[in-house]
Design a protein around this ligand. Structure first.
Ligand SMILES: *Cc1c(COP(=O)(O)O)cnc(C)c1O
Length: 379
């Protein structure tokens, strides 16, 4: 069976982990965590980057920093991972779902302004598949309405928009280092702080609501409880693993792009013949090949494809059940406007395996084989 995902191992992870074990410094924010912070600050250009134990944790920190209170609204796509919404719901916030663009499957920036009310606090663009949302428009809307922008860049390490790293354009951004992402530490994430006025509080929230980080820097002579917060920092073993991976971002992205391009070229004719649709990358975006997907005609054809690929030994998956059509979405969120692209595209999408070392030619042949069995009036 060809798995859908296989985490890339650089090879130096264990060496770093051994150093941590021998140092007897196992908690958070020691040497490797600091290396990762510096590296990510340099890479994103953000004034502060803080590792967390997941992107979910970074989103939760962002919701606290955005001062979300019960009834505050947060505009986001419905076509996203549950944590994008849950982080705000935990603070009593209300996710307001707007439709996505049919070309990138990202939030439709043209629909955001009409969803703004007197309760709106923030806009949360999600960069699907490492392809950026139309950030210039979103940032301009946010500026005019004095809203915070929190980028869910979970899938975005190694990708950029007009030369700017994903997650570094809003007030706050979040990255994921989950094993399914391009760069991983098993579980892991980071909060990118781009708005200098939020740095101090971000450090406090991450350190259980204490001013411990000021104490460590010698800015106060004892540390104490000053705000709400929790424990959001990873231990050094996780950071040591991540440090090995960060060294290889360019290399991993390059290898993934090669696979992505092979898929894209191989399916050119099928797209021309309107048998399937392929991903679209706007000129403003440099993507990171986080994902390769195909869009079929309808859900029946999609499920037939997934089943047929499984019989051929290749694991393919559909993606999000839109949040507005899940029990949690009914209870905690609401829709603004029509949501037909979200419903339609989520039904028709299939993700193909994409990992460094994948026998992509084999997968391509199986895909072409299965699609050749589609009949005009089959579905
Ligand atoms: C993976 C993912 C998350 C969650 O990341 P974790 O690190 O697993 O918490 C959130 N949002 C999006 C869009 C994701 O793809």
């Amino acid at each position: 069976m060809i798995p859908f995902n296989k985490p890339y191992i650089v090879g130096t992870e264990m060496l770093n982990i051994k150093k941590v074990i021998n140092s007897h410094k196992l908690a958070g924010d020691y040497t490797y965590t600091k290396y990762c912070h510096k590296w990510l600050e340099n890479y994103t250009g953000c004034c502060k980057v803080l590792l967390t134990h997941s992107c979910t944790a970074a989103l939760e920190m962002a919701a606290i920093l955005a001062d979300i209170n019960p009834g505050d609204e947060v505009i986001m796509p419905s076509y996203t991972f549950v944590s994008t919404a849950n982080a705000f719901v935990l603070r009593g916030g209300v996710p307001v779902f707007v439709d996505i663009r049919e070309d990138t499957l990202n939030i439709n920036e043209q629909l955001i302004e009409a969803a703004i009310t007197s309760h709106t606090k923030a806009i949360v663009p999600v960069h699907y598949a490492g392809v950026a949302c139309e950030m210039d428009t979103i940032l301009e809307i946010a500026r005019r309405h004095k809203l915070l922008v929190i980028e869910d860049a979970a899938q975005g390490v190694g990708a950029s928009y007009k030369g700017r790293a994903l997650g570094s354009m809003g007030d706050l951004g979040t990255l994921s280092f989950h094993e399914t992402k391009n760069i991983s530490s098993g579980e892991g994430g980071a909060l990118l702080v781009n708005n200098p006025s939020l740095v101090k509080r971000a450090e406090i929230i991450r350190e259980k609501g204490t001013n411990r980080s000021q104490f460590v820097k010698g800015q106060v002579d004892k540390y104490t409880w000053v705000d709400i917060g929790s424990s959001y920092l990873p231990g050094e073993i996780v950071s040591a693993f991540l440090w090995a991976q960060l060294q290889e971002v360019q290399n991993i992205t390059k290898k993934r792009i090669e696979i992505w391009n092979k898929y894209h070229n191989a399916f050119h004719k099928l797209a021309q013949d309107k048998k399937i649709e392929r991903p679209f990358i706007p000129n403003s975006c440099s993507h990171n090949a986080h994902m390769y997907y195909l869009l079929f005609k309808n859900i029946k054809q999609r499920m037939y494809f997934i089943e047929s690929m499984k019989l051929k030994g290749v694991d393919c998956y559909f993606h999000y059940i839109p949040l507005h059509s899940s029990p949690g979405g009914w209870e905690y969120g609401r829709i603004h406007g029509g949501i037909s692209n979200t419903n339609d595209l989520s039904d028709r999408l299939v993700r193909l395996p994409l990992w460094v070392g994948l026998d992509v030619d084999y997968v391509i042949n199986q895909v072409l084989d299965v699609i050749s069995t589609f009949k005009e009036d089959n579905f």
